[in-house]
Design a protein around this ligand. Structure first.
Ligand SMILES: [Zn+2]
Length: 487
C-alpha cells in the first residue's frame, strides 16, 4: 500500500511542478514598454466636436430596403467633407466609387514604400422608431452637452471617418505629408454588407494593381471590463474575422388536406433535420484564441494561467469553460443559429414545401464548404436539400509581427501604457473582409473605450462620444499617419 502511494505521489508531484512551471514561464509579458510616439499638436477640440456634430446631422442612413436610399444625403456628406477639410481636398486625389463611396489618395514622400489604407464608413443604421423617444437627445441632432457629442454615428462610424480627416488635415497644416502614400476608403453601405461600396472599392484597387502594407478598419476597441479576470483596459486589435453563411434547408412533399396526413409532413421532416443540426455543433478549437492568450496571459490570475499553459492536459476543461458562455463560445467555434422557419400557409393544408434558414459564423480553419458538409452529414436525410446563400469565407489571420501591427501596438501603448494590447478574432463582419487579398496585414481597431454600456449604444439608444475621447481618436490617427516610414 505504502509502495503504491509513493508510486503515485512522485509522478503526480513531478506533473504538478511541471504544470506550475509552464504557467510561470509560458506567458512572459508581451506588452511594449517605453513606446515612443510622434508628438501631437494641440488640437482644437471644440471645433472638431462641432464638425463631428454636423456630420451626425446628415442622415446617411442604410436601410435594408434599398429603395429608401437617400442619394442626396450621401452627396451632401461628400460636400460637407470637402468644405470641412480644404487642405486634404487640395492635395488628395479623390475618386467616387459607385457614385457614393469615396477613395482618397494622399501621396507620400517615399513612393518606394507600399501604401497604407485606412477605412471607415459614412452610412449609419436607422433609429428604431419603437425606441426613438427613449433617446436623451434627438438621434440626428448632433447635440453637444457636458462635453459629449450625441447622435447616431457618433461611434459607428462617423467617428472614424471624421477623425481620420481631422488627423490628415492637421498633419498637412503642420507642413508635413505622410512618409508613405495613404489611401482613405469610406464606404456608403457597410451596414448592409458593403456590396456596393467597399467591395467595389476593393475592385478599384485590384484593377489598378494597388496593394497595401497594411489595412486598418473598424472592428476592435479599447475594452473595459469585457475580458473577465483582466482588470486593465485591453485594446483588442482584430487580426481576423469570422466567415458567414446561411444554409437553407428545404423539404418538398405532396400537399393535400390535413385530415389525411402521412406520418411525416414536410414540416415534420424539416423539424427532425433541425434537431440533428442543433445536436451536432461544430467542434471547439482554441487556436483562434491562442494569439489573444499569448498577449494577455501574463495578466490573468495564476489558476487561469495554469490551465491555459497546459492545454495539452486541460484543453477540454478550458474549452468547456469558454463554451459555457455564448460570447466566448463564439470565439472558439463555428456557431449555429436556426433563425427562420416556413411551412404551410394555412393550418389545414399540408405543406408542399418547408424551409428553414440556419445562420453560421465560420471560424478561421472551417470554410463554407466544410460547414455545408458537416450539416449534410448531420442531417443524413436525402429528403432534405441544403443550399448555401450569402456566403463569405472566414478571413485569413494577419500576423502580429508585421509593420502594421507593430505600429498599432506602439501607438496604443505610447499614448497610454496602462492599456494592454491584444490581438483577437472579430465575431461580426467588417468592410475589411473585401480587402484581404490586397494585403497580408488587415487589422480592425478604433480608438474608443468599449464597455458593456457603450457597446449597447452602438446600433442602440443614446449613441454618443465624449469630446475627450474623440480628440484621443484624432490624436491616434495623427500619430499613425506621422509614423509610417519604417517598414
Ligand atoms: Zn460600423
Amino acid at each position: 500500500m505504502k509502495k503504491l502511494t509513493i508510486f503515485l505521489i512522485v509522478p503526480l508531484t513531478i506533473l504538478a511542478a511541471f504544470m506550475l512551471y509552464r504557467a510561470d514561464t509560458q506567458f512572459p509579458d508581451r506588452q511594449l514598454y517605453e513606446a515612443a510616439i510622434p508628438s501631437l499638436p494641440q488640437f482644437e477640440s471644440e471645433a472638431m466636436a462641432l464638425r463631428l456634430a454636423e456630420a451626425i446631422r446628415i442622415r446617411t442612413i442604410s436601410h435594408d430596403d434599398r429603395s429608401n436610399f437617400d442619394a442626396e444625403a450621401f452627396l451632401g456628406f461628400h460636400r460637407y467633407l470637402e468644405d470641412s477639410f480644404p487642405r486634404v481636398h487640395a492635395v488628395a486625389e479623390r475618386e467616387l466609387i459607385n457614385d457614393y463611396s469615396l477613395v482618397y489618395r494622399i501621396d507620400g514622400r517615399d513612393r518606394e514604400l507600399k501604401p497604407a489604407l485606412f477605412m471607415g464608413h459614412m452610412d449609419v443604421v436607422p433609429v428604431d422608431p419603437a425606441t426613438a423617444d427613449q433617446w436623451s437627445h434627438d438621434p440626428f441632432s448632433g447635440a453637444i452637452e457636458d462635453g459629449v457629442i450625441w447622435g447616431r454615428g457618433a461611434i459607428d462610424d462617423k467617428l472614424t471617418v471624421m477623425a481620420l480627416m481631422e488627423a490628415m488635415e492637421a498633419l498637412l497644416a503642420s507642413g508635413n505629408v505622410p512618409a508613405r502614400t495613404v489611401y482613405f476608403a469610406f464606404g456608403h453601405d457597410e451596414e448592409v454588407g458593403g456590396k456596393d461600396g467597399a467591395r467595389q472599392a476593393a475592385a478599384y484597387f485590384r484593377d489598378r494593381g494597388v496593394s497595401f502594407e497594411f489595412v486598418l478598419d473598424e472592428g476592435g476597441a479599447v475594452t473595459e471590463g469585457m475580458i473577465s479576470a483582466v482588470e486593465a483596459p485591453v485594446a483588442v486589435i482584430g487580426i481576423a474575422e469570422k466567415g458567414y453563411v446561411n444554409l437553407h434547408l428545404t423539404v418538398a412533399a405532396a400537399g393535400g388536406h390535413s385530415s389525411q396526413p402521412p406520418p411525416h409532413t414536410a414540416a415534420g421532416i424539416l423539424a427532425q433535420a433541425i434537431v440533428r443540426v442543433e445536436d451536432n455543433p461544430f467542434p471547439a478549437s482554441l487556436s483562434a484564441m491562442e494569439p489573444n492568450f499569448a498577449y494577455i496571459g501574463h495578466y490573468l490570475p495564476f489558476g487561469t494561467r495554469v490551465a491555459l499553459a497546459n492545454t495539452w492536459l486541460l484543453g477540454p476543461l478550458v474549452e468547456s469553460t469558454l463554451l459555457a458562455e455564448a460570447t466566448t463560445a463564439a470565439s472558439i467555434r463555428t456557431t449555429t443559429a436556426v433563425t427562420m422557419l416556413e411551412g404551410s400557409s394555412k393550418s389545414n393544408i399540408l405543406p408542399t414545401r418547408a424551409e428553414a434558414v440556419v445562420n453560421f459564423r465560420i471560424l478561421p480553419g472551417d470554410s463554407v464548404a466544410s460547414v455545408q458538409r458537416h450539416i449534410e452529414r448531420a442531417i443524413d436525410d436525402p429528403r432534405v436539400s441544403v443550399r448555401a446563400e450569402m456566403a463569405n469565407e472566414p478571413s485569413p489571420v494577419s500576423s502580429t509581427e508585421s509593420f502594421g501591427f507593430r505600429l498599432l501596438e506602439r501607438t496604443i501603448r505610447g499614448m497610454d501604457d496602462s492599456v494592454l494590447v491584444a490581438p483577437y478574432l472579430v465575431q461580426g463582419g467588417t468592410d475589411a473582409k473585401h480587402f484581404v487579398d490586397l494585403s497580408d496585414s488587415v487589422y480592425r481597431f478604433v480608438m474608443f473605450r468599449a464597455n458593456p454600456t457603450t457597446m449597447k449604444r452602438v446600433h442602440g439608444i443614446d449613441e454618443q462620444i465624449a469630446i475627450d475621447e474623440y480628440t484621443r481618436a484624432v490624436g491616434f490617427y495623427y500619430a499613425l499617419l506621422s509614423d509610417l516610414d519604417a517598414a
